[in-house]
Write a protein of this length. Structure first.
Length: 578
């Protein structure tokens, strides 16, 4: 129950209500302490109500506040006291309690369970349907770190490891380092403090590498305290040294060569060309001595889980260090759009690789969407088939067009007749291929169909079909029958006006991304590490849901369904004769 005086003062100061007051009026108590019984020990001094802290956290991210601002709002704002059911003279709590609560929330899958509890209460209130349409989109999230070059990376990684070692094993470390180490690693490393010039920089990073190897050998020595090997900063030091250095045939530490290309195929080709060439320190630079691909490479010791990635957008190529956030929301024609599932993944992981986690999360929350609308980044015949077979979810979105259809003015794959029983293809001119052969394409099973060279050479449509002048036969790759039928059907349907009308609902994802990024601060990580970043994403989604529901359905008001008002110029044009 909300104290009567709090109700009177809150209603007097906010006669039209706020989102926080709406949440209390419509949902009563969004969270209860019984939802968090396994988060805290059964003995010891009683702490603050976890349900109240969870509700404050949702309100905090709803308004994009810091911990200090949220704690002050609990003490001073009448609508927050109304929502939390507090007396007017309640002094609240210290702001550091919110950070401790998020640390508990970052363990295991508690953040997802918190959102699941919220969605369950919304479903019980009739605001969310568990069966219907949902849609998913992703956006990039910037890690709360500074971008480092490779010289800064190795020096800063060693400095962070030394800072942690001096706390855990000061006496042990005293026998390993000398006073001049303080000049090199006593303060954060910055670019303007690094040596200038190629030779001087190589000499510097090799010296840092030898210092790091000295520490790593000592830590893994049998006489070293065993607890030092398990320190997070020491493990990061080991991984960074594996990625940035290599040891040649004479057991000398060497600096790895830079990445040779932005894409893997070009990278492999360039590495083959560069094999045997001299590196910056005058030694052979084999392909195996290059920096690993960015999906594996640690880019900063302050957030080892953050990764470098890039994508092509309408504005050009965009690169960042951080994570990807996948937001899944309801999108039925009636009712508010509620974010029901959030997935946080490393930045280089493609959208289609996160799809199985999204479906697993939806199923765990009791959602069985009749249709899941996504963009082309999530769609392939394999993902459509897997979603239907594994999760009983219909995946709806554009399948990639035939890349050869626009290159040749003649026949595309859809123009060939497939005989699955005889395992052959028949071209539009009636030539039948020999039986196809199983093969692998991009790591997936494929069927390789090669038409006879003689038949194609004598065909009048050879140039339109094969696209070459050397007389080779047409070569086509097929997928296994279920996947090929899915691809053919979807490519045919997505050219129709009815399909485009159904798919138009996916555009609403852009509004959700814009709202969470610009109004709720989702673009920039507040914390470091994927677990804490995921907590931020979940609480942002929960706060966004409260704002949307309060705006859509205020107490005692029928849900509005008003079209967007026309501008004066639009109205003027409609009055003109056609």
């Amino acid at each position: 129950m909300v104290p009567p005086l709090t109700v009177k003062m809150a209603r007097a100061s906010n006669p039209r209500g706020t989102a926080a007051m709406w949440m209390r009026d419509r949902l009563d108590e969004l969270f209860v302490d019984e939802d968090f019984v396994d988060w805290y020990p059964a003995n010891g001094r009683p702490g603050l109500s976890p349900a109240r802290l969870a509700l404050v956290s949702v309100l905090q991210y709803m308004e994009n506040l810091t911990d200090r601002q949220a704690a002050e709002a609990v003490r001073c704002r009448l609508d927050w006291k109304y929502c939390l059911g507090l007396e007017l003279d309640d002094a609240g709590f210290d702001f550091s309690v919110l950070s401790e609560f998020r640390d508990r929330l970052a363990e295991d899958d508690r953040a997802d369970r918190l959102l699941a509890v919220m969605v369950e209460r919304l479903a019980a209130a009739g605001l969310v349907k568990r069966r219907g349409r949902v849609r998913t989109d992703s956006t990039h999230v910037l890690a709360a770190v500074r971008r480092l070059n490779r010289g800064e990376l190795v020096a800063e990684t060693l400095r962070v490891a030394l800072e942690e070692l001096v706390v855990q094993g000061e006496e042990w470390l005293a026998g390993l380092v000398t006073a001049d180490w303080g000049d090199r690693y006593g303060r954060p490393v910055r670019y303007d403090r690094l040596p200038r010039g190629g030779d001087a920089l190589i000499a510097y990073v090799l010296r840092v590498g030898e210092d790091g190897m000295h520490i790593l050998r000592a830590v893994h020595d049998a006489d070293a305290p065993p607890d030092l090997r398990s320190l997070p900063a020491v493990e990061v030091l080991r991984q960074v040294w594996v990625q940035q250095y290599w040891i040649d045939e004479s057991s000398q530490l060497r600096w790895r060569g830079p990445k040779s290309s932005r894409d893997r195929a070009s990278r492999r080709t360039t590495e083959r060309r560069n094999t045997g060439k001299a590196s910056a320190d005058g030694r052979p630079d084999p392909a195996s001595a290059r920096v690993p691909w960015s999906g594996m490479e640690i880019v900063t010791p302050h957030d080892p889980e953050a990764r470098y990635s890039q994508k092509v957008t309408a504005a050009g190529q965009q690169d960042w260090i951080g994570y990807r956030d996948h937001q899944t929301e309801t999108c039925d024609e009636t009712g508010p759009n509620v974010i029901v599932q959030v997935t946080t993944r490393p930045a280089p992981e493609q959208d289609i690789d996160a799809l199985d986690r999204i479906h697993q999360g939806l199923t765990r929350q009791g959602f069985q969407p009749t249709e899941h609308v996504v963009d082309s980044g999530y769609i392939s015949p394999d993902s459509i088939h897997h979603a239907a077979q594994q999760w009983n979810i219909t995946l709806f979105g554009p399948v990639r067009d035939d890349p050869h259809a626009n290159k040749r003015p003649g026949f595309a794959k859809k123009d060939f007749h497939i005989d699955w029983q005889a395992r052959t293809l028949t071209c539009p001119n009636g030539v039948t291929s020999p039986p196809w052969k199983p093969t692998l394409g991009d790591g997936h099973p494929r069927l390789s169909v090669l038409f006879p060279r003689k038949a194609c050479r004598e065909c009048a449509d050879r140039l339109k079909c094969t696209g070459n002048v050397d007389g080779k036969g047409r070569h086509i790759f097929l997928m296994p029958q279920p996947l090929q039928e899915i691809q053919t059907q979807n490519r045919a349907e997505q050219t129709t006006a009815e399909w485009r009308r159904r798919y138009a609902i996916r555009a609403g994802c852009e509004a959700t991304v814009s709202e969470t990024v610009h109004a709720r601060g989702l673009r920039n990580c507040r914390y470091r590490g994927m677990a804490r970043t995921h907590v931020q994403h979940v609480l942002t989604a929960a706060g966004t849901n409260i704002i949307r529901l309060s705006e859509y359905l205020s107490p005692g008001i029928t849900p509005p369904h008003r079209p967007r008002p026309r501008s004066r110029f639009h109205t003027f044009c409609r009055s003109l004769p056609t």
